[in-house]
Design a protein around this ligand. Structure first.
Ligand code: DC
Length: 213
């Protein structure tokens, strides 16, 4: 069973995806970490993430064992990741790893921007998780503050809007809801309510598809 979860930054998709994977006993891949790791390695070499040749070099040399690096969650890397993610060559290089992860025997949950549209168009269930930019900025602001990072809520909102624009309007695999994805708007839901709503959508979809349990 493959569950594809897409959505913009700070929509709650990562937390929901992780809990869904634990609930159904599936493997979990946060595909944003791949782009973040490519950005990290490009910057570490003194390269420019906006330069396709530099970013591709990092994508080709990417070591999946480094994907657990906690520094990948740093806010500046989100912006750099969005820049490397624009290059079709980079996306193409990361495709095989994501597809083979998805086809692991036990089944998998993947979250990102193009899982339901490009990586796993055949997924059993697709969710598109979103929330208003203001609510996403509020959540990210609280999270960053808790981690000792001092940015204003207005700065976080500006960063979120810039990334949304870039991720939605790039030519290669832009962020968009797959026609067969279920929309989950978490603007007025806390994380427990959002998780329950996701499980209800998945169970209903699996029931319709004739799966047991
Ligand atoms: O989900 P995240 O914030 O960790 O993602 C960081 C950036 O990586 C995001 O702005 C766009 C890019 N990304 C992508 O293009 N495709 C994916 N499947 C996942 C992330």
């Amino acid at each position: 069973m493959i569950i594809a979860i897409d959505g913009p930054a700070a929509s709650g998709k990562g937390t929901i995806a992780k809990r869904i994977a634990a609930h159904y006993g599936l493997a979990y891949l946060d595909t944003g970490t791949l782009y973040r790791a490519v950005a990290r390695d490009t910057l570490a070499r003194g390269g420019d993430p906006a330069d396709a040749i530099e970013a591709l070099k990092s994508a080709k040399a990417l070591d999946p064992r480094t994907l657990g690096d906690p520094r990948l969650r740093k806010p500046g890397l989100g912006e750099a990741a969005s820049l490397v993610a624009k290059h079709p060559e980079v996306r193409n290089e990361l495709l095989a790893y994501q597809r083979s992860f998805a086809r692991a025997k036990s089944g998998a949950v993947l979250d990102g921007r193009d899982i339901g549209t490009v990586i796993c168009p055949e997924a059993d269930v697709k969710l598109f998780v979103t929330a208003t930019p203001e609510e996403r900025a509020r959540r990210r602001y609280i999270e960053l503050k808790g981690g000792g990072i001092d940015l204003s809520e207005a700065e976080v909102l500006c960063d979120i809007r810039r990334r949304d624009e870039r991720d939605k309007h790039r030519a290669a695999a832009p962020l968009r809801q797959a026609p067969d994805a279920h929309l989950l708007d978490t603007t007025n839901l806390d994380i427990d309510a959002a998780f329950r709503a996701a499980i209800d959508l998945i169970d209903a979809a699996m029931g319709r598809a004739g799966y047991a349990g």
